[in-house]
Design a protein around this ligand. Structure first.
Ligand SMILES: Cc1cc2nc3c(=O)[nH]c(=O)nc-3n(C[C@H](O)[C@H](O)[C@H](O)COP(=O)(O)O)c2cc1C
Length: 169
């Protein structure tokens, strides 16, 4: 699968094969893809918590009102931001940088044959609860459920010319 296909095939997966293994190498490839995202002045203002422990995964699920797919997901990757590494002219770009990292992670999961769902954290009140559960100082931006898909939703993105303004000479 190439990049063009992965982008068009990606869907949020909310039903996984329970207990299906996701090998460490695959998870590391997803993390590497996330860390290859662009960031303001290459500050890379992120860190990642990989939650494989079923007990902690269950607590995350209960802390997030829209993450019930964690019941069947094999693991969760929480993408967290470190705003303090961005100062001066690059301060405040971290939500964008972390969003780019999340999207890279999702696309790498598709390419490897896994499914994932982005569950929003920042800027909701869930941030502090997740920080507590993870023991994190950084800001949880997204909780990504990952596993082997047990559903195959149709691709549904589309090109909408109404969203585009062409400024031609
Ligand atoms: C910032 C953000 C937060 C999201 N939060 C959730 C969430 O909490 N739970 C969920 O099931 N999906 C969540 N989603 C997934 C969206 O619902 C999904 O991307 C959208 O409906 C489009 O569907 P698709 O991803 O299958 O193309 C989130 C997506 C984004 C980008």
């Amino acid at each position: 699968m190439d990049c063009t296909q992965a982008i068009r095939a990606r869907r949020s997966i909310r039903k996984f094969r329970p207990g299906a293994p996701v090998p460490r190498e695959a998870v590391e490839q997803m993390l590497e893809a996330a860390m290859m995202a662009p960031s303001a002045r290459n500050t890379r203002p992120w860190e990642f918590f990989v939650v494989e422990d079923p007990e902690l995964k269950g607590r995350l699920r209960r802390a997030h009102p829209f993450a019930s797919m964690l019941d069947t997901a094999s693991l969760a990757i929480v993408v967290c931001a470190r705003p303090e590494v961005q100062t001066g002219v690059v301060s405040g770009y971290w939500p964008l940088d972390c969003g780019a990292a999340v999207e890279n992670l999702l696309l790498q999961a598709v390419d490897l044959g896994y499914g994932a769902c982005w569950c929003g954290c920042w800027p909701s009140p869930r941030v502090s609860t997740l920080q507590e559960l993870l023991g994190a100082q950084s800001v949880p931006v997204a909780l990504v459920a990952v596993g082997v898909p047990d559903e195959a939703p149709e691709a549904r993105g589309h090109y909408d010319p109404g969203k585009v303004t062409w400024l031609t000479p």
